[in-house]
Design a protein around this ligand. Structure first.
Ligand code: NAP
Length: 358
């Protein structure tokens, strides 16, 4: 989208500015000429903050870093001071973890509490946008069987994830529920929850722990060279997700509520096929489709989070998302999945994050 679309207000707070999605949100805010209060864990981390600083130098807006941690109460006060708009993206999206409560649930839930309670104390705040997830809409693919229109909508809530079954989805569900509870306890600011499916596309810088990059690395570096099962999910480009954050935070006509962001109903086999068609035999990309029974037998030994319950309730079960609200209210136009996947993989190859076979 062209710059200069939004009326300029005071500074905008962006939490987790070093993140994958936040990088593009930051870029668009700076293109629009906003002053961005970027809350990050460590403003002195040159590897993560340096590329953002360099980007800001080329764009009309102003970037200011603030140190803040999701788990430290009151730590967003300085960054939020004077802001009308708060965009809360910070939360771990990890494919691999050891302690789900400590690494996923606590930062997601405590962080949301911390940021939104700060918004309650900060008189200037009018709108809060949180980066929730489709994971707060549904837990397992099998949940689709209970959905009246056979496509997940914003009316659904994940009721099937737990600490020991899809803990990331559980963390996002608890966090979004907490956000709605806090929003309802006040009337100065309105809340928008954005619910993206799997985000793909190049990063502003690819140095992130985001599960999006981890999955692409697994596809490209041989971890899944034995093959992949038909594991359906939704996918969306990071630039569309960023645009939705701008619209939701800066356009006052956007109603408070939830917005699913998902451009494509796809699966692991299709994603691997798109990459193979473009990158051929240069990488150890998966070639075979693994049958569900084989994944059921071997999956838990290969990846402990791939439990038999996860396999039975997800592999081979098609899902669909109704993205109407995002198109009609946020004005999102979804680009082809191939563009997102190919551009992202190419960036990872250039950055040395996936190794060619020879
Ligand atoms: P990411 O690149 O890993 O970004 C996560 C951000 O959270 C990083 O900036 C990280 O900071 C920050 N963070 C983590 N723990 C923190 C803590 N204790 N204190 C302060 N900051 C902390 O992941 P992403 O994919 O962009 O995800 C951003 C948001 O989008 C998350 O809320 C995620 O749940 C949501 N989401 C992602 C996807 C997806 O497919 N990527 C889909 C739906 C929703 P550091 O740089 O210091 O680690």
């Amino acid at each position: 989208m062209a710059a200069g679309v939004y009326k300029r207000t005071g500074p905008v707070l962006l939490t987790g500015a070093t993140g994958y999605i936040a990088g593009w949100v930051l870029r668009r805010l700076l293109e629009e000429g906003f002053t961005v209060h970027a809350a990050v864990r460590d403003p002195g981390n040159d590897e993560k903050c340096g590329p953002l600083e360099a980007m800001a130098k080329e764009l009309p807006g102003t970037l200011r870093f603030f140190a803040a941690d999701l788990l430290e109460e009151g730590s967003y006060a300085a960054a939020m001071a004077g802001c009308e708009r708060v965009i809360h993206t910070a939360s771990p999206f990890l494919m691999r973890f050891e302690d789900a409560r400590r690494e996923l649930v606590e930062p997601a839930l405590e962080g949301t509490r911390n940021v939104l309670k700060e918004a309650m104390r900060t008189e200037t705040v009018k709108r809060v946008v949180i980066t929730s997830s489709c994971a707060a809409v549904y837990g397992d693919n099998a949940d689709i069987r209970e959905v009246p229109g056979k496509a997940f909508t914003e009316a659904e809530w994940n009721a099937t994830s737990r600490l020991d079954h899809k803990p990331y989805s559980y963390s996002k569900t608890l966090a979004e529920k907490e956000a709605w509870k806090l929003a309802e306890g006040q009337d100065r600011w309105s809340l928008v929850a954005l619910n993206p499916s799997l985000v793909l596309g190049p990063g502003i810088q690819p140095m992130t722990r985001s599960g999006s990059f981890e999955l692409m690395r697994d596809l490209g570096n041989g971890t899944l060279s034995m093959g992949v099962p038909v594991y359906p999910f939704g996918a969306v480009d990071v630039r569309e997700v960023a645009e939705a954050h701008l619209k939701a935070s800066l356009d006052e006509s956007v109603a408070s509520g939830r917005y699913i962001l998902s451009g494509h109903d796809t699966d692991l086999v299709e994603l691997a096929g798109i990459l193979r068609a473009e990158f051929g035999d240069r990488f150890a990309l998966p070639r075979r489709v693994l049958p569900k029974w084989l994944v059921w037998l071997a999956g838990p030994f290969v990846d402990p989070s791939l439990t038999r319950a996860v396999i039975s309730r997800n592999v081979g079960i098609r899902i669909a998302f109704d993205n109407r609200r995002s198109r009609e209210i946020l004005g999102i136009r979804y680009r082809p999945l191939k563009d997102s996947a190919v551009e992202m993989f190419r960036q990872m190859v250039s950055a040395g994050l996936v190794d060619p076979l020879h």
